[in-house]
Design a protein around this ligand. Structure first.
Ligand SMILES: NC(=O)c1ccc[n+]([C@@H]2O[C@H](COP(=O)([O-])OP(=O)(O)OC[C@H]3O[C@@H](n4cnc5c(N)ncnc54)[C@H](OP(=O)(O)O)[C@@H]3O)[C@@H](O)[C@H]2O)c1
Length: 340
C-alpha cells in the first residue's frame, strides 16, 4: 500500500472507469486501491488489468473497504445520487461523474450528505482542471476582445451504434445529449459569463431550448439552448449524441474573438486558445498541452490536492457551480419536454 498517495476506489468498469484507471497511473497523487462491478468477474479482470489491490463484486463492499479514501462514481447518471450518498455516509471523498445528479433536487441531496458527513465532493468536469481552461480564464480577465456579447459552445459526437437500450439513448439510464454533453457547454458558458465580471461563474437569467427527440425513448438526440445572462450576454449551446459536430467554444466581443479548439477532451495537437483582435488585426494562438500529459490526471491531482489540504470542494468546480449548472440543465430539459 502506498501511504503517500490518496487511495481510490472506482465504482463500475464501464468506458470512463477504464479511462480513469489508466489516468490514475499517471497522476502524482492517486493510486488505485479497489474497483467494484455488478459482476465479480468483471471486477477481477479490471483489477488485474489496472493493478487494483481489491476487486469487489458489488458496489457496497467497495464503500465498506476501509482502505478506500476517495471514490470515483462512474455508473450511468441515475445511479450517481444513491452511490454518492452512500459514499458520503461511509466517510469517503467523492469525485462524481457528470451530471452529478439527474436534476438539481438530486444534487442538493448529494451535497447535503457530503456536507453532513464532512467529505470532499466534486462533479467530474475534467476540462475545468486542465491548464487550457486556466489560460482561458486569464485571457478573459484581460480586455483583449472588448465587451463580450456572444458565446457559442458545442459538444456533439456520433455515439457508436444506435441502440435504444444503451445509456446514451435509454431514458431509464438517463439518456439524451443535454445531460451527456450539453452540460459541458452550459458549464463553460457560465464560466465565461462569470469570468468577465470577475467571478468564477455566473448563472443565466433565462434559458430557451429546442431538441430532436428519439422516437421510442423520448430522450434528446440533438439539442440547442439559448442562455441569457446579465447584461444581455447570450450563449448558444449545442449538444448531440447522434451527430458528429464541431467541438469548440467561440467568444465574440466588440473588438475580437476568442476560439477554444477541442475544449472538452483537451488533446495535444488539437486543443488551442486563439485570440484575434479585429481592430489591430493581431492573432495569437496559445497551446498549453504537451504530448505526455493525461487529461484526467489533472482532475485526479486536483482532488488529491484538495483532500490533502482538507478542502471539501474544489475552486475548479465548487458546489454552487454544480448547483447553477444543474438548474440551467433543468430549465433546458423542461423547455424541450424531456422528463425522467
Ligand atoms: N468525464 C468524462 O469525460 C466522461 C466520459 C464518458 C462518460 N462520462 C460519465 O460517466 C458515466 C458513465 O459513462 P460511461 O460512458 O462510462 O458508461 P458505460 O460505458 O455504459 O459504463 C457504465 C458502467 O456502469 C455500470 N452500471 C451500473 N448500473 C448499470 C446499469 N443499470 N446499466 C448499465 N451500466 C450500469 C456498469 O459497470 P459494472 O457492470 O462494472 O458495474 C457499466 O459498465 C456517465 O454518467 C457519463 O456521463 C464522463
Amino acid at each position: 500500500m502506498n501511504l503517500s498517495k490518496l487511495h481510490w476506489g472506482i465504482l463500475s468498469t464501464g468506458s470512463i472507469a477504464r479511462r480513469f484507471a489508466a489516468s490514475l497511473k499517471k497522476s502524482s497523487t492517486g493510486s488505485l486501491t479497489a474497483v467494484a462491478s455488478r459482476t465479480e468477474e468483471q471486477a477481477k479482470d479490471f483489477a488485474r488489468e489496472f493493478d487494483a489491490t481489491h476487486a469487489h463484486g458489488d458496489y457496497a463492499s467497495l464503500i465498506a473497504n476501509p482502505e478506500v479514501e476517495a471514490v470515483y462514481i462512474a455508473p450511468p447518471h441515475p445511479m450517481h445520487k444513491e452511490w454518492a450518498i452512500r459514499c458520503a455516509e461511509a466517510g469517503k471523498n467523492i469525485l462524481c461523474e457528470k451530471p452529478a445528479g439527474m436534476n438539481q433536487s438530486e444534487l442538493e441531496e448529494m451535497l447535503a450528505s457530503a456536507k453532513a458527513n464532512g467529505v470532499f465532493f466534486m462533479e467530474a468536469f475534467m476540462y475545468r482542471c486542465h491548464p487550457q481552461t486556466r489560460l482561458l480564464r486569464e485571457t478573459l480577465s484581460r480586455d483583449d476582445i472588448g465587451a463580450i456579447r456572444m458565446i457559442h459552445a458545442t459538444f456533439s459526437y456520433p455515439a457508436p451504434t444506435y441502440n435504444p437500450e444503451e445509456r446514451r439513448y435509454a431514458r431509464e439510464l438517463g439518456g439524451g445529449s443535454i445531460l451527456d454533453v450539453g452540460c459541458y457547454g452550459v458549464s463553460m458558458s457560465r464560466l465565461i459569463a462569470g469570468e468577465i465580471i470577475g467571478k468564477r461563474f455566473s448563472d443565466p437569467i433565462e434559458v430557451k431550448g429546442f431538441a430532436r427527440l428519439e422516437p421510442r425513448e423520448k430522450t434528446d438526440l440533438t439539442a440547442a439552448a439559448l442562455l441569457r445572462f446579465d447584461g444581455d450576454l447570450i450563449a448558444m449551446v449545442q449538444s448531440g449524441i447522434a451527430l458528429k459536430g464541431e467541438n469548440l467554444v467561440r467568444i465574440e466581443g466588440e473588438k475580437g474573438t476568442i476560439t477554444v479548439g477541442c475544449p472538452w477532451a483537451v488533446r495535444h495537437g488539437e486543443s488551442f486558445v486563439q485570440t484575434t483582435n479585429h481592430v489591430t488585426g493581431e492573432t495569437r494562438i496559445q497551446q498549453t498541452t504537451h504530448p505526455e500529459e493525461d487529461l484526467y490526471a489533472y482532475e485526479i491531482d486536483e482532488v488529491g490536492r484538495a483532500v490533502a489540504a482538507g478542502e471539501k470542494e474544489s475552486p475548479e468546480m465548487c458546489w454552487d457551480d454544480s448547483r447553477g449548472n444543474a438548474a440551467a440543465l433543468d430549465a433546458w430539459l423542461a423547455e424541450v419536454g424531456v422528463t425522467y
